[in-house]
Design a protein around this ligand. Structure first.
Ligand code: OGA
Ligand code: MN
Length: 321
């Protein structure tokens, strides 16, 4: 028989419902919304190594659609167990080789299914130690990821907190006239990894802000453009979310340059208001699972000489509408 891929092996080896000692009792699981925060719920009593019931997965999917991020505490899993757990919620995000993304490998043209996000040189230092500006993972691709998970393995003493922004609340807070106008617009988000490719990798100290934040029509187009709605409808809840990151190069389709860049700048300031924001202070063993369709996330910088290792899995999504 041929050797299995990591993902097939993970599903092959995963515990099943009939193995009593490896089956998660749904009654042990508590989902607790974060008090006073703009989004998020903590999940207690769930061991991601175990086989999960249909009831549990449905509860988690509903909680994710409602709270937009789920924080699983005190996990201890390997990459296979991590893949098996994440796969309950959908297919692994695998962009085609015409679309570079974080951790795209030069030999395969695609990223690994489990991406190390670290600052250890040569061991997954794709994002270095700098600040990461608010973004939704893979927004610039033809079929963006619906959600991602990060699992904290090694943490720095200082900094490195990750924040999430509730872009459903940001949309809801706009006045009706603005909402009606935004509902008609399409937005292109240009792929920063096309630029990074020609610059030989992303800057390790952040520096994402050095690229233009809005493309004027006299400026070159870098890479392929995939217009998506500026306001997207959440596939499960039907709620509308502003679908705009704060620092990458974007362009409103068929829109005046000056008016477009001013509108986008105003919306970006709006999204960053504290009432839409939650900052996560990581503990080793946390897995955070978030919805890329209705949130942005960012990271504070941390000292280059303190190790930080998280592992990310992104899940495939449908075409935004
Ligand atoms: C990511 C990401 C944030 C962090 O891996 O997609 O944005 O805190 N990471 O490292
Ligand atoms: Mn990210």
């Amino acid at each position: 028989m041929t050797a299995l891929t990591q993902l097939s092996q993970a599903i092959h080896d995963a515990p099943r419902w009939h193995q009593e000692d490896q089956f998660q009792n749904p009654q042990e699981i508590k989902i607790v919304p974060l008090a006073g925060e703009a989004l998020g719920a903590a999940v207690f009593g769930l061991d991601a190594k175990k086989a999960q019931s249909g009831e549990t997965i449905l509860r988690l999917k509903q909680a994710l659609a409602e709270h937009l991020i789920l924080i699983f505490k005190q996990q201890s899993i390997d990459d296979f167990q991590y893949l098996a757990f994440a796969s309950y919620f959908g297919s692994i995000f695998r962009p085609s080789s015409d679309t570079p993304v974080l951790a795209t490998q030069s030999d395969t043209g695609t990223p690994p299914d489990v991406v190390p996000v670290s600052n250890a040189v040569g061991q997954g230092d794709y994002t270095g130690y700098g600040e990461l500006a608010p973004h939704a993972d893979h927004q610039w691709t033809p079929l963006p990821s619906f959600g991602s998970l990060l699992y904290a393995i090694e943490l720095p003493k200082d900094g490195g907190q990750t924040s999430w922004y509730n872009t459903i609340k940001a949309y809801d807070a706009l006045d009706d006239e603005t909402k009606q106008h935004l509902d008609t617009l399409q937005l292109i988000t240009y792929n920063p990894f096309v630029r990074f490719q020609s610059n030989k990798g992303a800057p390790k100290d952040g520096g994402y802000g050095t690229f233009p934040k809005y493309r004027f029509k006299d400026q070159p187009v870098i890479g392929h453009a995939y217009p998506h709605p500026l306001v997207r409808t959440h596939p499960e809840s039907g709620r509308k979310a502003l679908w705009l990151n704060t620092h990458n190069e974007v362009e409103l389709v068929n829109y005046d340059d000056q008016a477009g860049s001013e509108l986008i700048a105003k919306l970006r300031d709006h999204i960053l208001k504290p009432e839409f924001h939650y900052e996560h202070h990581w503990e080793q063993g946390d897995i955070v699972f978030w919805d890329n369709q209705a949130t942005l996330h960012s990271r504070r910088p941390f000292p280059a000489d303190q190790r930080r290792l998280l592992k990310r899995i992104s899940l495939a999504g449908g075409r935004p509408y």
